[in-house]
Design a protein around this ligand. Structure first.
Ligand code: GBH
Length: 486
């Protein structure tokens, strides 16, 4: 199996962490168990017409109940780390700084952390993976209200640091803030489903709200980091940062300077929107200001100082690549992509990669390696890859052929190989890798239809029975080969 990575033996640092990533809403179930409050995703999923298969995350894969079994399975997969998110409304059901803490909810996470540590697995904990407490959405419009929201988020962060920080040494404030804003406030296909673009949704102003919410995310992230650094980091000795999404973009016509520029602009709108303020300038990219004007909020001098340098690492989620072509027409007021067109093939008709079972996702490890270099050159901080993975066509039952998941294996050999090459040949500093994902789960608005797991889950079965796929073994072998032994 190691043919493709033969030359990469021992290229990763001995303390490189690898494992799987998950999100609370997608795996836990127990949506109202032991005092948990509702999140905006509970409301979204219980609203008819929002989720593709009409499903809800009420049970998901029951990891709230099966965490011991899951940790044992993960251990058998050889992982050294596990990235999971905390459900804010499980810990503080009504979300706010003056609302009570739910001890039972905290106890669940405390038990999970203990179980991981007893099994030699390092926890990487995300505070926020899209599940805003519904009560805060109702009370003041959630992240649309920066002044009210920020102290609530920071208080939630404090509770987590206080109660789990003795054992958790790797914190991530937000997962993919840009997806939360664009899918939730522009496309309207994610909670809280505000959009002026789609007939299905009525409220919202998609020309401004995504950027207002994005600003709130950056400021509240930075205040949580400030709190950690001032009151916890000294004695708890952990790291803290933010995870950003970002696919790569390749020019549709590489000989057309306008398309080359468009590809760069696409990366700026998708990635630098958050990454420049945090890692480079304390401000939004010039290309965004030029196109969006005052629709994009302005940082005060104080905010800018607070945000710049507010992440100890570059947290990177990346899955695919697109060809992009520039548009000559001025951007629509609801355009958030940088006035480009995304395409599956380039001018020569070359495909961006073989199709997965997910419309936006195609495999392209070569482009992923280029993106690693782009991020390293532009930001120069250590990279933690916090998500990367794929679905595969035809995975409907745990048959022998499905469990021997060749497509997913090819994906991971390609992408993990690209990491090795970026480290070895391009000098990029990469320190962790979390595959998405451990088990098939509730894939947001796609419900249970998109299976990203290295473990097949029988959703029909009462106990959500798990079946390991071959890719879990391959990933283990890849890292055993590529990580340097101390
Ligand atoms: C991640 O987001 C999430 O963090 C995770 O929870 C999720 O399960 C996983 O990926 C798999 O989906 O503009 O055509 O690219 C994925 C990032 C970005 C994917 C926005 C869909 C919109 C379609 N997402 N993208 S497109």
């Amino acid at each position: 199996n190691q043919e493709k990575v033969k030359d990469l033996e021992g290229v990763l640092r001995p303390d490189f962490h690898w494992g799987y990533a998950t999100a609370a809403t997608q795996v836990e179930g127990g949506w109202d168990a032991d005092g948990k409050g509702l999140s905006i995703w509970d409301k979204f999923a219980h609203t008819p017409g929002k989720v593709k298969d009409g499903s809800t995350p009420d049970d998901a894969v029951l990891s709230y109940y099966k965490y011991k079994e899951d940790v044992a399975l993960m251990r058998s997969y050889g992982v050294t780390g596990y990235r999971f998110s905390l459900s804010w409304s499980r810990i503080i059901p009504l979300g706010g700084k003056d609302d009570p803490v739910n001890e039972a909810g905290l106890q669940y996470y405390s038990n999970l952390v203990d179980e991981l540590l007893e099994n030699g697995i390092t926890p990487f904990v995300t505070l926020f993976h899209w599940d805003t407490p519904q009560a805060l959405e109702d009370r003041y419009g959630g992240m649309l209200n920066k002044e009210k929201y920020t102290p609530d988020f920071v208080n939630y962060a404090r509770v987590c640091f206080e109660r789990l920080g003795d054992r958790v040494k790797h914190w991530i404030t937000y997962n993919e803030p840009g997806v939360y804003t664009l899918a939730g406030y522009a496309a309207g296909v994610h909670a809280p489903a505000r959009s002026s673009n789609r007939k299905l949704n009525d409220e919202g102003d998609s020309s401004t709200e995504p950027f207002i919410v994005g600003h709130t995310e950056l400021i509240s992230h930075a205040f949580a980091v400030k709190l950690y650094r001032e009151e916890f980091q000294q004695h708890q000795n952990g790291t803290i940062g933010i995870t950003l999404h970002g696919n790569n973009s390749e020019p549709w016509d590489e000989d057309d300077p306008l398309d080359v520029e468009a590809a760069e602009r696409a990366r700026e709108f998708e990635i630098a929107w958050y990454a420049d303020p945090v890692h480079k300038t304390g401000d939004y990219p010039a290309s965004m200001r030029a196109q969006l004007g005052d629709r994009l909020p302005h940082f005060t001098a104080e905010e800018s100082k607070l945000v710049l340098g507010s992440s100890d690492f570059y947290g990177m989620n990346s899955y695919t690549t697109f060809f992009v072509r520039h548009l000559d027409t001025p951007p629509d007021i609801n355009d958030h992509s940088g006035n480009i067109e995304k395409l599956d093939t380039n001018k020569q008709g070359v495909s961006r990669g073989p199709e997965s079972d997910t419309y936006w996702l195609r495999m392209n490890p070569g482009s992923f390696r280029k993106l690693l270099i782009w991020i390293w050159k532009r930001y120069g901080v250590p990279i933690y890859i916090t998500e990367n993975g794929t679905t595969a066509k035809g995975e409907t039952e745990p048959s022998e052929a499905v469990l021997d998941d060749k497509f997913r294996i090819e994906f991971f050999e390609g992408y993990i190989g690209a990491i090795g090459r970026a480290v070895k040949e391009d000098g990029v500093d990469i320190r962790s890798y979390f595959a998405w994902t451990f088990t098939d789960n509730w894939e947001w608005a796609a419900g249970y239809t998109d299976r990203f797991g290295v473990t097949f889950v029988d959703f029909e079965s009462k106990e959500k029975k798990r079946y390991p796929k071959k890719s879990a073994t391959v990933i283990k072998e890849l890292f055993q080969h590529m990580i340097k032994k101390e």
